[in-house]
Ligand binder design. Structure first.
Ligand SMILES: O=P(O)(O)OC[C@H]1O[C@H](O)[C@H](O)[C@@H](O)[C@@H]1O
Length: 517
């Protein structure tokens, strides 16, 4: 696999020179004056998503150097290796094959490894969707409780909220992730044993939070007189044996080549399939597949995930911007920032390259945000007048699915106005009312928020994270950084019971004593 870390390419040095010569002083306002075709040149249609990149600090010359960077780093070859099923997750020796989860069923099986895996994908998908439809139609089940955390929570939760307008089951969906018992206790107060389905979602079926919540749910179920576990519990996992040992017989599997944060397209998507039905779930997959095909086949210059990923690197490594903020102007996308935090920061929050060598440049930005217009009345002050520049990503949806006449024009006016204000600014000699402007933003536009467009939007984000991670030369598909805290929590849990503070640092020992007093 021909992969060259971005800083070892000739384009990297050329970009450094370009940044010093024109990039640093680049002014968006001048750029629009000088180039009447800027909007057309820097906007991009991709399946179900339109992107305006023109309010970003790039011009044709920079984009062309960034394309050289992509070519010299081997991004396309790396992408093709992912689609082909090479084991690009090298630290775990696994394929990175979530795209297979949304690949249509093949007409025939040629016996290859890929065809075998794809056949498994479709037989599991068919079983999972048949089950989803049976639950969907089962009026005796009124509440579905998904117990899972991280990738086994954020994706399905975000999508269920986002597609509420398509929810036809009439069921209440609850998501319990935190080991904090307040979360599960609050849900258990609201549900009844005979009308509740618990979904235990865990790729590994070992995650302590999920196992603790699942055990407590099981104990509650038995204490309430529940007996039919097969009807009231299902497991979504790659570790079916552990689910069986736990006492769950209704299981839907997936495979170790599906990363947790890339798993909502697998059995982990069951809550969404129950909420919107199997046809809606298939549209969700189809939207993502359309974006996969765009990413796989569009020339780099017209490839939206590639253009976004390159921009991310330009901002992080040349401009030195340390965060990116996402503002979805659709209240149903309110869980999108949380979802994208895991996608971006767990994938690309790495300090060594895939070979383990320390990186001499920054990687994952901090990703954060809230839905618009709420954020405007909270932290947009800092975006407009703070000392740091934060590239913004606006997500707007043209169509509203309500009939409150005045709201949608006002919402859309606000998202346009914020992007405009960040760029144009306003001078005031007095200082306090001075807006520097020239603050960059990307504008993603969906015609309508549907299962298909949500699928496309999420696949777009997955692939742009792939592109920046690929350029940085890192493995975007492991997450060793979460392990140390897990190990230490086990040690401290024992000390919470025993009070033994031997060998602890002074702060941890002091806090332990206070918590036990
Ligand atoms: O699905 P599970 O195996 O329970 O894992 C749940 C989550 O916890 C882990 O610690 C990882 O940080 C996440 O990538 C993962 O999604």
């Amino acid at each position: 696999m021909a992969r060259t870390r971005c800083d070892r390419t000739p384009a990297w040095a050329q970009l450094q020179a370009a940044y010093a010569a024109t990039g640093k002083s680049f002014d968006l306002r001048d750029a629009f004056v000088q180039d009447a075709g800027r909007f057309e040149r820097l906007s991009q249609s991709a399946p179900l998503v339109f992107a305006d990149l023109s309010k970003n600090r790039i011009d044709a010359a920079t984009e062309s150097l960034l394309m050289d960077l992509a070519r010299q780093s081997g991004v396309a070859e790396h992408r093709d290796a992912m689609f082909a099923g090479d084991k690009i997750n090298n630290t775990e020796g696994r394929e990175v094959w979530h795209v297979l989860l949304r690949t249509p069923a093949p007409a025939s099986n040629d016996g290859s490894h890929r065809a075998t895996e794809l056949a498994k994908v479709h037989s599991t998908l068919n079983a999972m969707l048949a089950y989803a439809d049976s639950v969907h139609a089962d009026a005796a089940i009124t509440d579905v409780v998904n117990i899972g955390i991280g990738g086994s929570d954020l994706g399905p939760q975000m999508a269920v909220v986002a597609l509420d307008a398509f929810a036809t089951s009439g069921k209440r969906l609850h998501f319990v992730s935190n080991v904090d018992g307040h979360e599960l206790a609050a849900v258990l107060k609201k549900v009844k044993v005979e009308s509740t389905l618990f979904l235990v979602a865990s790729k590994t079926f070992t995650t302590i939070e999920t196992m603790t919540n699942a055990n407590s749910a099981k104990a509650w179920f038995a204490a309430q007189g529940g007996t039919d576990t097969a009807r009231h519990f299902a497991a979504l996992t790659t570790n079916v044996a552990a689910a069986n040992a736990f006492g769950i017989t209704t299981t839907f599997g997936f495979w170790d080549w599906v990363g947790g944060r890339y798993s909502m397209w697998s059995a982990i998507g069951l809550p969404l399939a129950i909420a919107i039905g199997s046809a809606g779930f298939r549209e969700f997959l189809a939207g993502a597949h359309a974006m996969d095909e765009h990413f796989r086949t569009a020339p780099l210059e017209q490839n939206l995930p590639v253009r976004l990923g390159l921009l991310d690197v330009w901002y992080r490594n040349f401009h030195g911007f340390t965060s990116r903020s996402i503002a979805p102007y659709h209240s149903a996308l309110r869980r999108l920032p949380a979802y994208l935090q895991q996608l971006e920061m767990e994938s690309n929050g790495k300090q060594v390259d895939a070979e383990g060598a320390a990186l001499p440049f920054g990687t994952s930005p901090v990703l954060w945000g809230e839905p618009g217009t709420n954020g405007q009345h909270a932290y947009f002050q800092m975006l407009h007048q703070g000392t740091d520049v934060v590239p913004m990503e606006f997500v707007a949806v043209k169509k509203a699915r309500h009939d409150l006449a005045l709201h949608q024009p006002l919402l859309l006016a606000n998202v346009l106005a914020q992007a405009q204000a960040l760029m144009v600014g306003k001078s005031d000699a007095g200082g306090h009312k001075n807006f520097p402007g020239n603050r960059p933003s990307t504008f993603l536009l969906l015609d309508d928020l549907t299962p298909a467009s949500l699928g496309a939007l999420i696949a777009l984000q997955e692939h742009r994270v792939f592109v920046s991670g690929s350029l940085w030369g890192i493995n975007s598909f492991d997450q060793w950084g979460v392990e140390l805290g897990k190990v230490l929590a086990k040690d401290i849990e024992a000390r919470i019971y025993s009070g033994d503070a031997s060998g602890l640092d002074g702060s941890t020992a002091g806090l332990l004593a206070r918590l036990r007093a």
